[in-house]
Design a protein around this ligand. Sequence first.
Ligand code: DON
Length: 559
Amino acid sequence: MRKLILLFGLSMLLANCEVSEEKGLIVDKAMVVSARQEASKIGSEILKKGGNAYDAMIATHYALAVVYPVAGNIGGGGFMVYRANDGKTGALDFREKAPITAHRDMYLDSLGKVVKNKSILGANAVGIPGSVAGTFEVHEKFGTLPFKELIQPSIDLARNGFKVTEKQAKSINSATEKINKVNNYTTLFEKKWKKGDLLKQEELAKTLERIRDFGKDGFYRGETADLFVNYVTNLGGIVSKQDLEKYEAIWRKPISFDYKDHKITSMTLPASGGICLAQILKSIEPFDLSNIDHNSTKYIQLLTEAERRSYADRANFLGDVDFVKVPIDSLTDTNYINQRMASFSWDKATPSSEVSHGKVLGYESNETTHYSIVDQFGNAVSVTTTLNTGYGSKVLVKGAGFFLNNEMDDFSSKPGVPNVYGLIGSEANSIASEKRMLSSMTPTIVEKDGKLKMVLGTPGGSTIITSVLQNIINVVDYNMGMQESVNQPRFHHQWLPDIIKMEPNGFKKETKRKLNTLGYEILEKNSLIIGKVDAILVLPDGKLEGGADKRGDDTAVGF
Ligand code: DON
């Protein structure tokens, strides 16, 4: 019943563009917010047992790989940003890599044209997964409970099954045709799913047991690696045993910067999130938002113009720093940013063609997932992980029961040709052997006065950065609570295409009309604003408030 009321509340909110002041779950000590109740619960139980946020990260990650196969994964990758209770911050890159034999033009035909869907669907789209290596890195550095205890609840869940939700049934059903097309056997996903059906994944349970028993080698070597490489090879892909054996997650220095009186820590390259977030927030900082209404014409104008300039830089400069030189300091320098914003005018939109050049195309349905964790010791963990689009390449490893990513599409297949999110890339993000593809993922942590304030992140492809941005501004500038902030209608601009994407019915007619007059083109479509923000706010009394995005089945659990 409570769920019904909440859903009703959200649809009323989106229909009437009223600000909901709804509170999220409030707890005293510790919390996990993720895309599924089962996963948040498993993570929270680990915390209750005395585990820390890093232990809970591992447990939550594997649980999502079972209960949220659209994006939760062992066949994908992601990024973690953390803030330990002593204030130290850090970041882990467990992003996928291009296979050793990958090369710049691998998605082009003999005439140099991009072959449709080759980087999106099937075995050719697969990057070398990083998730399992990521969890072992986290465990080695910070874990306190035995790994076996952290993964066992997910093994049980895979074996005994869980009930699919209504949204999930719809999501799986919409993917079965492609899953069927890509695989050479009938996978367990290929039936008509409905709410309440039990999904049991015995092959996945066995794969997770091999990870439990043999550690990282349970995935990157031995039986799992054999099944993985043989199947992908059978389907015409290029992943080799050597690719799997060589994969390493990498600890990186996160991007840290000040916004007003807050310190923001977010992911660095190969994720563009931290750099873009820094650019956009610094572009906005000189403007007095206390005189600008939330989601008003002026507000949307200001954010849009800052976003436009940042996404143009993203397309031109950003790529894997282990392969290309990226002028991170210059790009986030305040003088540089002020210069970029010098052409901004309240009187009319700056056309993207005047900011830089490019061409534009279409979209498909996407999924990634984010989870936020704060433990009873004060450690915070922010993780975004993905297979890229929903169910990734749709390849479900025969005999091992897990989906493989299609992260290769995040590379620029050809300079100037947009990827599935309409993002354009340059040489900096071209394909090379063992290179990491550029990401928009933005796991973020905010602190104030040296204390933890907020942990947040979201899926949403190119809209990830702008959804995280809007939630930071909602809380920092407009003083919203966490759930209230997550509930707000969102909009997005990414330089190209030169349009503002808006959640339908979330914005006033008059606001949209004024924006049109100023030269902004608006596209209202639900599927385009796909973020599901899962966040935690530390309240002034030290309690934690969860913000679980009701656009999905996302749930906060804690104590
Ligand atoms: O790394 C990236 O930017 C994309 N692969 C993320 C994909 C995504 O968020 C899909 N989501 N809903």
